[in-house]
Design a protein around this ligand. Structure first.
Ligand code: GTP
Ligand code: SPV
Ligand code: MN
Length: 584
């Protein structure tokens, strides 16, 4: 026992009498403890030790084959009133859900150890950080939480006697897909997750706390919890750094953008990574919007990560990293599709089967991931743990749109920006179970992560705009337009800097823009193409084209989308009417 906090001690007792573990281990966060846990997990096969010379501190894990992504259809927001969860969330009355879950948790840890993980979201001692305690029967979860958050005695110290902490209960139970539940009780500050061992379902500090519970707290307390990367761009000559946040749906490029390396022409700039998935934002005393990254690591998509696409991510995984559901090579290293090195002649695939390159199955699961400490990242910002966060100049929304959405455009003002965010759509990816490649609306990339009624969430965005004296400019970006042959037109990755450069120029009033029905678009000649092969000015023009026929369909789509919300702010309807009128 490492705390005298009564609210913690009582709750741990209560949860232990429900789940009935053989023993309880209080996690202190030390290195010794980590090594002991790793050894134990090696001995049971839960983890496999990788080549410690090539990949010091790195381990390998496979989840169950039916447990490789978030499960949105089994994720619940259990508020007292159904309307407070809204139509876009699954809901059940809290009492009924507790009763159902108590049945599933009853004895779920018999024969197992319950680990008590105290953790901080946000940097140690920051006035904006928050505490959670996660109970789990998985060493994999403990070791991931150790990378993704600040765990152990630091958290008990920061918590003291306070009762303000998030109660997180997780059990793998039987990994039974039919009884898998990821449940949030925002009004009780509680999260119960059962029958899964996959990241987003079980690292309860991440999506469950830092987005679903935090968005609920943020709404009540006047701040924002968003599915956003945070990056800084330093102009080396002036020494000035400006910060940008961006909300893209899962597996749509946040990690890549946060870590980008500018193209050769942009020698005068350096890009710094502050965060790659979640931003907590507040209005500072100076009237600007400030963002912190509540996490301490990256739970990033492995496939496609190479020294060419994202060297900073790949280099982040060279030590103290957990690899999940990638391929395991015979010499105890890892491999995945799009790693930029030849496939091994033989490996074990993510299911644990023999794999050779001639087989037509993927060696790595499309949603295989690495868990890497943020401090490993070569581009990590000197300010990434700044307790007050970084001031934001621009907010980006984006997604995968094969057609329609231009490379970049700027909102007229904050409310128009909220409309753009609220109507975002993207083709679905492997990050959540279900069909891949289907266009769905995913407002602010928060559809799966908002812990309350999304109509109220839109209103909260509108309200925040009124509170921010120096509002960030809002932009929409799309790296994913395709040509007739189905190829991406825009080179993407590091070359996305060319778009960020235009965005900062707009924020600094350094470039003019075209006024169009959807917002301000760049003049094609204002996107710097220096050093880009096989890409011409006319390609940019194509990427900036607005096709009224497609937008007419889009407007219909937005109308249908808006009909899903019972508490849609009137402002968003008037934004829609304005958009229609501008096309007439
Ligand atoms: P989550 O961790 O699921 O929230 O995802 P994320 O938004 O951080 O996505 P990530 O950066 O990991 O990108 C996921 C996929 O998008 C990878 O397969 C990347 O290769 C691909 N991707 C990222 N940026 C670009 C880009 O600029 N162009 C293209 N064509 N693909 C990209
Ligand atoms: C996402 O799906 O958006 C992720 C990975 O960042 S998970 O933690 O599984 O949610
Ligand atoms: Mn994410």
């Amino acid at each position: 026992m490492r705390t005298t906090n009564k609210s913690v001690l009582n709750w741990v007792d209560e949860m232990a009498s429900l789940t009935k573990p053989d023993q309880i281990v209080w996690i202190d966060g030390s290195e010794d403890e980590m090594n002991r846990l790793k050894e134990e997990a090696f001995s049971t096969g839960e983890l496999i030790e990788l080549d410690q010379e090539a990949l010091p501190g790195c381990v390998y894990h496979r989840t169950a084959v039916n447990d490789v992504a978030r499960v949105e259809h089994r994720t619940f927001i259990c508020t007292g009133k159904k309307e407070d969860a809204g139509h876009t969330n699954n809901w059940m009355a809290p009492d009924d859900m507790y009763q159902k879950l108590r049945g599933l948790f009853d004895g779920s840890m018999v024969g197992r150890t319950m680990y008590v993980i105290p953790y901080i979201m946000g940097s140690v001692g920051s006035p904006f950080s928050r505490i959670g305690v996660e109970l789990t029967d998985s060493i994999y979860v403990v070791l991931n939480m150790r990378i993704m958050t600040r765990i152990g005695d630091v958290a008990w110290q920061q918590l003291g006697d306070s009762q303000d902490w998030v109660r997180c209960l997780h059990s793998k139970a039987q990994l039974d897909e039919e009884n898998r539940y990821i449940v949030h009780f925002p009004e009780d500050n509680a999260i119960w997750s059962v029958n899964s061992g996959y990241g987003g379902n079980v690292l309860l500090g991440k999506k469950c706390f830092a987005l679903r519970i935090a968005s609920y707290l943020a709404k009540h307390e006047g701040w924002m919890a968003e599915h956003m990367l945070i990056l800084g761009i330093e102009n080396i000559e002036t020494g000035k750094t400006q910060y940008i946040t961006g909300a893209f749906p899962s597996a749509c490029g946040k990690t890549n953008l946060a870590m980008l390396i500018p193209p050769a022409y942009a020698k005068g700039y350096k890009v710094y990574t502050v965060g790659d998935d979640i931003a907590w934002m507040r209005v500072g005393d100076d009237g600007r919007l400030y963002a912190i990254n509540p996490e301490a690591g990256f739970f990033g998509v492995a496939p496609g990560t190479s020294m060419k696409s994202n060297p900073n991510a790949l280099l982040s995984t060279k030590s103290d990293t957990i690899f999940t559901n990638v391929a395991l090579t015979d010499d105890k290293k890892v491999w995945w599709e799009g790693m930029g090195v030849p496939a091994p002649a033989h490996a074990m695939d993510w299911k644990g089967n023999d794999w050779t390159p001639d087989m037509d199955v993927k060696a790595a699961n499309p949603n295989s991931r690495f868990t890497a400490p943020a401090r490993n990242c070569p581009s990590i910002s000197p300010k990434w743990e700044d307790p007050m966060g970084v001031p934001i100049s621009a907010i980006l929304f984006g997604g995968r749109r094969a057609q329609l959405a231009p490379l970049v455009y700027q909102a007229y003002d904050w409310n128009h920006g909220v409309f753009i965010g609220a109507t975002m759509a993207s083709e679905t990816t492997a990050a959540a179970s279900g069909a891949v490649g289907v266009v769905r609306r995913d407002p602010m990339a928060m559809l799966p992560f908002c812990g309350y009624n999304m109509g109220d969430y839109f209103q909260h965005w509108l309200n925040m705009g009124k509170k921010i004296k120096h509002q960030p400019q809002i932009f929409n970006v799309n790296w994913f337009r395709i040509d007739d042959q189905g190829r991406f037109i825009w080179p993407g990755f590091g070359d996305n800097f060319r778009v960020l450069e235009w965005i900062l120029k707009r924020c600094n009033d350094e470039v003019e823009a075209q006024n169009t029905p959807i917002g301000y678009l760049p003049y094609a000649e204002d996107i710097n193409l220096e050093g880009l092969d096989n890409f011409s000015r006319s390609d940019v023009e194509e990427l900036l084209s607005i096709e009224p026929d497609l937008w007419a369909v889009e407007i219909k789509g937005i109308e249908e989308h808006f009909a899903n919300f019972d508490r849609l702010p009137a402002e968003l309807l008037s934004q829609l009417n304005n958009l229609k009128a501008r096309f007439e």
